[in-house]
Design a protein around this ligand. Structure first.
Ligand code: ADQ
Length: 516
C-alpha cells in the first residue's frame, strides 16, 4: 500500500489534467470526475496518502476560461472514488492552476500537442513549431513546478509529456525531494527526436527526475539513446542508469493496465445492457449481424482512417460479406483547438459517408458512428456486445481500449428481464468472447499478440484480410485466443502497474537496481 510505503513522506502528483472537472450547471458549480481508469486509479492513490494533486484548473479538452478556478480545494475521502465508507483514507488537496488563455493555447494546444505529441508518435507532418510555443511551455512548466514546491513535497510524481521541464525546475528548489515521472506516450528514436528544436533542453528537464517510467523497455531504451546522443555531460551506464549532474537517474518499463474486475462488473451491469439496447434501437441493428467495434479519441495517431480504408477494401474484395456485419465506431472529438484535429474529424465523417454510400443497402448501413458522451458502464456495454474490436493506431504508447475490450468480453447472457424487454434475442450475443484486431504499433501488442490478430494499419489489403479472419474465426479458436488475452490483461492490470509505481516512488526499486 502506497500510504504505508511512504510513511510520513508527503506525495504530490502533478498532471496537466485534473481529476475533477468543474462546470457551471444552471449557475451552480458542479464537480464531475472524468470517466477513465487511469484518473480513478491515481485519484485513489493520492486519496490514500492525504497528499496534494496539482493540475490545470480546466484540464478539460473543451477549455473554457470562465470556469477555470484557481487555488486549493479539499477533496474529502468520499469524493475520491471507491467506497465512500472506506474512512481510513484522509482525502487530499486538489491544487488547481488557472492558466491564462494565451498560455493554454501555446503550452497545451501548441507545444504539448503540436510538437511533443506528434514527435513522440513518429508523425513528422503535423509537427508545427510556432515560436510562441516553447516559451509558453517553459512558463506553464514553471507554474506547475512552483505549485508543487509550495506543497512542500517529499515525493513528486509527474504525469506525461506536458511536464518535461517541471522536474528540473522543482529539482533546483528541492534538491532533496524524490522526483518520478511516468511518460504515457512512446519515446522516439534519436533520429526522430532530433526534429525537436528544444530536444536537449527537454531531456535535461526530464533528467531532473530520479526515475522516469515508460510502458515498454523499447521506449526507455530510445530515451537513453537520446540522452547519450544529445546530452554530452550525461553518461548512460551499462546497467541502464544515467549519471547526470552528480545524481543517478533510473529508467524503467512498466506497462499500464486496467482494473479488470471493475471493467467486467461494468460490462455485466444493467447500465451496460440498457445502453446497448438504446444503440440497437436507435440504429436498427440486426441482432443476427456481427458487430465490429472501434472506440477512439479522434486523433490521427489512432488510425481510424486506415481502418475505414481497410473496411472499404474488405467489402470491395469480399462482396459476400455485405450485410453480414456492422462496424460501430464510437468516436470522441478531441483537441479541437488544433486545425489538424478538426480536419481529421471532417475526414472521418466524410469517409464514413462515402463508405455507407458505396456499400450500404436499404436495409444495411455498414458503418454506424456514435458520438454520445458515455459513462464507464455504457462504454462497457459497447465492449461487451461486440463480436470483434479493431484497434489500429499508427502509434500508441499502450492503448487501454484494447485491454478494456478484453476485460469486458465473455460475460454471461444478460438477465432474462432485460433481454426480453424489447423482444430482442440477446442470447445470440456473446456466447463466445470476441476477437481483437490490434495494430502492431501499439504498446499493448507486446503482451496481447499473437493471441490478438496483429495488423500493420498501413497495409490496406493485409488489414482487410485480418478483419475477415476475425469475422470468420471458429468458436474454439476465439475461445483460446480470448483466454490467453484475458490472462495477460489480468497479469498486467492496474494494480500491478501501481505496485511498480509505489516501489519507484518510495525508492524501493533502487534496492533492486543496486543488486544488479
Ligand atoms: P489515450 O491516447 O487517451 O491515452 P487510450 O489508452 O486508448 O488512449 O484511452 C484512454 C481512455 O480513454 C480509455 O480508458 C478509454 O476507455 C477512453 N476512451 C478512448 N476513446 C473513447 C471514446 N471514444 N469514448 C469514450 N471513452 C474513450 C494515453 C496514451 C495511451 C495510454 C494511456 C494511458 O496515448 O497509449 O494507454 O495514455 O497511459
Amino acid at each position: 500500500m502506497i500510504d504505508d510505503a511512504l510513511g510520513d513522506r508527503s506525495l504530490v502528483v502533478v498532471s496537466n489534467r485534473e481529476p475533477y472537472v468543474h462546470e457551471y450547471v444552471e449557475g451552480e458549480p458542479t464537480a464531475e470526475r472524468p470517466a477513465g481508469g487511469l484518473v480513478t486509479a491515481l485519484d485513489g492513490v493520492v486519496a490514500k496518502t492525504g497528499g496534494t494533486w496539482v493540475a490545470w484548473g480546466s484540464g478539460d479538452a473543451d477549455f473554457d476560461p470562465a470556469v477555470a478556478p484557481d487555488g486549493e480545494v479539499a477533496v474529502p475521502p468520499g469524493d475520491s472514488g471507491g467506497d465512500p465508507a472506506d474512512d481510513d483514507r484522509p482525502g487530499y488537496t486538489l491544487s488547481r492552476l488557472d492558466l491564462p488563455r494565451r498560455l493554454v493555447e501555446n503550452y497545451y494546444y501548441g507545444y504539448s500537442n503540436q510538437v511533443l505529441w506528434p514527435i513522440c508518435h513518429l508523425e513528422a507532418d503535423p509537427v508545427t513549431v510556432d515560436p510562441a510555443f516553447a516559451p509558453a511551455y517553459r512558463e506553464a512548466n514553471r507554474r506547475f513546478a512552483e505549485r508543487a514546491v509550495a506543497a512542500d513535497p517529499d515525493v513528486v510524481w509527474f504525469q506525461d509529456y506536458h511536464l518535461a521541464l517541471a522536474p528540473q525546475y522543482v529539482r533546483e528548489q528541492r534538491p532533496d525531494a524524490r522526483l518520478v515521472q511516468f511518460w504515457h506516450v512512446p519515446w522516439p528514436t534519436p533520429e526522430f527526436f532530433e526534429i525537436c528544436p528544444q530536444g536537449t533542453e527537454l531531456l535535461r528537464g526530464l533528467l531532473g527526475n530520479d526515475a522516469i517510467g515508460f510502458h515498454l523497455e523499447r521506449y526507455a531504451a530510445n530515451f537513453r539513446d537520446c540522452v547519450a546522443r544529445f546530452v554530452p555531460d550525461a553518461a548512460v551506464t551499462e546497467s541502464g542508469t544515467i549519471r547526470y549532474d552528480g545524481r543517478t537517474v533510473e529508467t524503467y518499463a512498466s506497462p499500464i493496465g486496467v482494473d479488470t474486475e471493475r471493467v467486467a462488473a461494468n460490462a455485466r451491469s444493467d447500465g451496460a445492457t440498457h445502453y446497448w439496447d438504446r444503440v440497437t434501437d436507435r440504429y436498427d441493428l440486426d441482432p443476427e449481424r456481427s458487430i465490429v467495434l472501434g472506440v477512439d479519441r479522434l486523433d490521427y495517431t489512432k488510425g481510424v482512417i486506415e481502418r475505414l480504408d481497410a473496411l472499404a477494401h474488405l467489402l470491395e474484395t469480399n462482396p459476400g460479406l455485405a450485410g453480414e456485419f456492422t462496424y460501430v465506431q464510437k468516436g470522441t472529438r478531441t483537441r479541437e483547438g488544433i486545425p489538424a484535429y478538426r480536419r481529421y474529424y471532417d475526414e472521418v465523417r466524410d469517409r464514413i459517408a462515402d463508405l455507407n454510400g458505396a456499400y450500404g443497402t436499404p436495409d444495411w448501413t455498414p458503418v454506424v458512428y456514435i458520438e454520445d458522451d458515455v459513462d464507464d458502464r455504457e462504454l462497457a456495454g459497447l465492449y461487451r456486445y461486440a463480436d470483434a474490436a479493431v484497434v489500429s493506431s499508427r502509434r500508441d504508447g499502450m492503448n487501454l481500449v484494447a485491454k478494456e475490450f478484453v476485460a469486458a468480453q465473455g460475460q454471461p447472457a444478460p438477465n432474462a428481464g432485460l433481454a426480453q424487454a424489447d423482444g430482442l434475442d440477446r442470447s445470440t450475443r456473446n456466447r463466445t468472447p470476441g476477437a481483437l484486431v490490434l495494430s502492431r504499433f501499439v504498446g499493448a501488442a507486446e503482451s496481447l499478440c499473437p493471441a490478438a490478430l496483429s495488423v500493420n494499419p498501413y497495409d490496406v489489403a493485409g488489414f482487410a484480410e485480418t478483419i475477415r479472419t476475425a469475422l470468420t474465426m471458429d468458436e474454439t479458436e476465439r475461445r483460446e485466443r480470448a483466454a490467453s488475452m484475458r490472462a495477460s490483461v489480468r497479469e498486467d492490470d492496474i494494480d500491478a502497474w501501481l505496485a511498480t509505481q509505489t516501489d519507484v516512488l518510495t525508492g524501493e526499486s533502487r534496492i533492486a537496481a543496486d543488486d544488479d
